[in-house]
Design a protein. Structure first.
Length: 147
């Protein structure tokens, strides 16, 4: 019985890849991690955008953020308690009179009624949907014959 792995080490190398660059595992110093996490909390842009700028996977940045949130209370630093959701308020009051109750009517799209547009030597022929085939052929032949 012969297996596909029997020639391991006996055949020549068929493909060889060289990876250059930073690689997948980088050792980030703690001060750089803190700076990146602080920037992700700045509110100027999304955390994913910050991660992309530093060539990080967004999941890595979110892990750093979670680890920081878990570590701060042990250092005696209290995190502000912010609600995760905005509270919903249900009211029996009448809706505000200034708010529209229906959508504004959409403007109809402008259609020229042309099915196709043909350009031959700088001459544009627009053909409508209901044009006669023999008329179209005659116009195209006339345009081709024009010097």
């Amino acid at each position: 019985m012969t297996m596909s792995c029997d020639d391991t080490g006996t055949s020549g190398v068929r493909r060889f890849e060289v990876f250059t660059g930073a690689g997948r595992r980088r050792d980030w110093p703690d001060d750089v991690k803190l700076a990146i996490v602080a920037e992700s909390y700045s509110g100027l842009e999304s955390a994913s955008a910050v991660a992309r700028r530093y060539a990080l996977c967004s999941s890595q940045l979110f892990t750093w953020r979670r680890l920081l949130r878990e570590h701060l209370p042990s250092q005696g630093i209290a995190l502000p308690q912010t609600p995760a959701f905005v509270p919903a308020v249900i009211s029996d009051d009448e809706p505000d009179q200034h708010l529209p109750t229906t959508r504004p009517a959409r403007k109809p799209r402008r259609t020229d009624g042309f099915a196709i547009e043909v350009e031959i030597d700088g001459v544009v022929v627009r053909v409508s949907r209901d044009a006669d085939v023999s008329l179209i052929a005659a116009v195209i032949e006339a345009v081709r014959a024009t010097p």
